[in-house]
Design a protein around this ligand. Structure first.
Ligand code: COA
Length: 261
């Protein structure tokens, strides 16, 4: 399947999606959001795909935000639809059911930063800058940024970033826990690939359940979250991968996982 605004490539065990409007620093217009939604659903339904990596084309930007030429035309009515449409794509990333990893290869601003925030892990190149500059345009982050950044880095840091609208370097993002690691741009995809290959050596049945329990930590209260964790733990006890993983340890050999439910 080919897209107007992105490239979607199947790699060994994962899909690499590259946002591809380099002349506009991969700014998110309606077409790109529609293409991204489609490519994500394809990856979600492909049982040979165990993770998704999102990155930007070129060396300058992951994505420089929502397309400001589209933003400029909004009123309160169309603005609500605009925000909800973007939020739906971010929610799809977060609830894809498989790990989604942002490889932030340059500017991740506004909606670009919000895509990264919806991902489960974020690796950045050392030339990257992240930020939510919406207040400088007279608006606020409308694709989930106020909620996800606050959960991730806490209210004080989120307020500092959102209310001043200034961007921060990848190193500063690392210091506040906004990204998992920073590497040179040349090594960015290799760094992500290394994480994926380790993860692929584990039981994918267990990885999926663990991811869903991690998300529950944000979405459920503490007691409900503990209950959810115990339920998922119990469900895994009946799976072939659990029997194989524990047996292999006792037999002092490597496990051969089937990755079935
Ligand atoms: N929407 C639409 N177009 C955008 C864009 C966006 N969010 N971000 C960049 N572009 C376009 C520019 O208009 C320019 O197009 P042109 O060559 O047709 O004039 C092209 O991408 C290159 O951007 P430019 O600003 O010339 O690059 P730069 O290196 O000088 O600056 C940024 C890079 C990222 C600092 C700057 O582009 C910027 O501030 N972008 C907007 C970021 C933002 O506010 N995002 C939040 C939106 S809600």
């Amino acid at each position: 399947m080919s897209y107007l605004t992105l490239l979607s490539e199947k790699k060994l065990g994962y899909t690499l999606i590259t946002l591809n409007r380099p002349d506009k620093l991969n700014a998110l217009n309606g077409q790109l959001l529609a293409d991204l939604h489609h490519a994500l659903v394809q990856a979600q339904h492909d049982s040979t795909v165990h993770a998704v990596v999102l990155t930007g084309s070129g060396t300058k930007a992951f994505a420089a935000g929502a397309d400001i030429s589209e933003l400029h035309t909004l009123d309160s009515h169309s603005g609500l639809a605009f925000s909800e449409r973007g939020q739906a794509v971010m929610n799809l990333i977060e609830h894809l059911g498989k790990p989604v990893i942002a490889a932030i290869n340059g500017f991740a601003l506004g909606g670009g930063c919000e895509i990264a925030l919806a991902c489960h892990l974020r690796f950045a190149s050392d030339n990257a800058y992240l930020g939510l500059p919406e207040v400088s345009l007279g608006t606020l982050p409308g694709y989930g940024g106020t909620q996800r950044l606050t959960r991730l880095v806490g209210r004080a840091k989120a307020a500092e970033l959102i209310l001043a609208g200034e961007r921060i370097s990848a190193q500063d993002a690392l210091a506040i826990g906004l990204v998992n690691d920073v590497v040179s741009q040349d090594n960015l995809l290799a760094r992500v690939e290394r994480f994926i290959q380790v993860m692929l050596s584990r039981s994918q049945t267990a990885v999926r359940e663990a991811l869903s329990a991690i998300l529950a930590a944000e979405e459920l209260g503490h007691i409900e979250g503990m209950h959810y964790e115990a339920e998922r733990f119990a469900a895994l006890c009946d799976t072939p991968d659990f029997k194989e993983g524990t047996r292999a340890f006792l037999d002092k050999r490597s496990p051969q996982f089937q990755h079935q439910q």
